[in-house]
Design a protein around this ligand. Structure first.
Ligand SMILES: NC(=O)c1ccc[n+]([C@@H]2O[C@H](COP(=O)([O-])OP(=O)(O)OC[C@H]3O[C@@H](n4cnc5c(N)ncnc54)[C@H](O)[C@@H]3O)[C@@H](O)[C@H]2O)c1
Ligand SMILES: O[C@H]1[C@H](O)[C@@H](O)[C@H](O)[C@@H](O)[C@H]1O
Length: 334
């Protein structure tokens, strides 16, 4: 039996996910879509044989929709996730779970009240083979205790709407989630350093920025966020341990050597870099919904990410080290 999915938001990643559900993921079918950009959504609905409905609320209430995917703009996520929980339906929500920590908390509270986990947040890096290998090596203890992580999140360019705030809230949020998962520890403090600004940015965006995080056991993490680096989509993560260093490498299957140089490709955007991770993320989500048991990134992970990005924002605005205070984790998420 196929899982019948309704998608809210048929923009860039919404279309990518619809394509994955239609062509790659097994056991699922998109049966309904909605977007405020009606014409495009109607066309996509027609292409995949789905129904177009006018609103997210209507889509969630359709009896033929078993599970919901939220890929609309950030400020709309919370309302649709809460609505799906009200209808007792599983919901996959792209990051961020809510634009406010209080909003994430409302979602956590709704799940706790229901006594069941229905939400998965789109932190796809946990499904990337590179990060999974790093985790395996760290967990094996072969390299001893982890001491420091040096990371970079570099995008080729950012749009005019991407501003200073978004470097942490929209981009580094991926590192915030995946590094916490990698280390199995929460963060206790954040600081932000604002280096010299690139000339390839605009007035509203200070680029690059460096986010510094400390974990419970004292591990130091630095994340360079440079979203107008010009040359490629480059995600770096070097884990320095007591007995060695393990690093992420970009997936690459060939290289060219000529004229005394060695050329290796670099992905151009996140879709290319994390294509396999997105596919695996959605396949495992469909499998877990079908088995009636969530096992991906939870609403609690979405809440912790939000607490951390908020502390990062405060650290940037004040120039100070800001403590990260996370509520007690409810039993539902342990
Ligand atoms: N995991 C990742 O790597 C990743 C990558 C890209 C985007 N995202 C997240 O996915 C979301 C969408 O990003 P995008 O790049 O596809 O943006 P986008 O602007 O291309 O698409 C968003 C779509 O949502 C629609 N929309 C907005 N409000 C709506 C509403 N109330 N009801 C129905 N449709 C509505 C817009 O018309 C638009 O078509 C964002 O929250 C973003 O943070 C995650
Ligand atoms: O920096 C970008 C990230 O690398 C992507 O994975 C998306 O999340 C996108 O929204 C961010 O702007």
């Amino acid at each position: 039996m196929e899982l019948k999915i309704g998608v809210i938001g048929t923009g860039a990643i919404g279309q990518d996910h619809i394509r994955r559900f239609t062509n790659k993921v097994k056991g699922a079918k998109v049966v309904a879509v909605t977007d405020i950009h009606v014409e495009r959504a109607e066309q996509i609905a027609q292409e995949v044989g789905a129904k177009f409905v006018k609103t997210g609320e209507e889509l969630i209430s359709l009896p033929e929709v078993d599970a919901v995917v939220v890929t609309s703009w950030d400020p709309t996520h919370e309302q649709y996730v809460l609505e799906a929980i009200n209808h007792n339906k599983y919901v996959f929500c792209e990051k961020p779970l809510s634009v406010e920590t209080e909003g994430c908390k409302r979602i956590v509270d709704a799940e706790v009240k229901l006594g069941k986990r229905l939400v998965q947040v789109g932190f796809m890096r946990r499904y990337d083979r590179g990060y999974m290998e790093l985790k395996e090596i760290i967990d094996s203890g072969k390299l001893g205790e982890v001491l420091m992580l040096h990371c970079a999140h570099r995008n080729v360019s950012s749009g005019e709407n991407y501003d200073t705030l978004m470097a942490i809230v929209n981009s580094a949020v991926h590192e915030i989630d995946v590094l916490r998962w990698l280390l199995n520890e929460d963060y206790v403090a954040a600081q932000v350093i604002m280096p010299k600004k690139t000339s390839n940015t605009h007035e509203k965006l200070h680029d690059p920025q460096v986010l510094i995080l400390e974990t419970e056991s004292g591990i130091h993490i630095d994340v360079e966020i440079f979203v107008n680096c010009k040359y490629g989509y480059d995600i770096k993560c070097e884990v320095v341990c007591e007995d060695g260093v393990v690093s992420l490498s970009n997936p690459s299957y060939s290289s060219i050597r000529t004229a005394g140089k060695d050329f290796t490709g670099i992905p151009i955007d996140w879709e290319q870099r994390f294509e396999a991770a997105y596919e695996q993320e959605l396949q495992l989500w469909v499998d877990s919904v079908t088995a009636d048991e969530m096992n991906g990134p939870t609403a609690w992970d979405g809440y912790v990410a939000s607490v951390t990005t908020t502390a990062g924002t405060e650290a940037r605005e004040t120039g100070k080290r800001v403590e990260i205070k996370i509520d007690k984790c409810p039993d539902l998420y342990k």
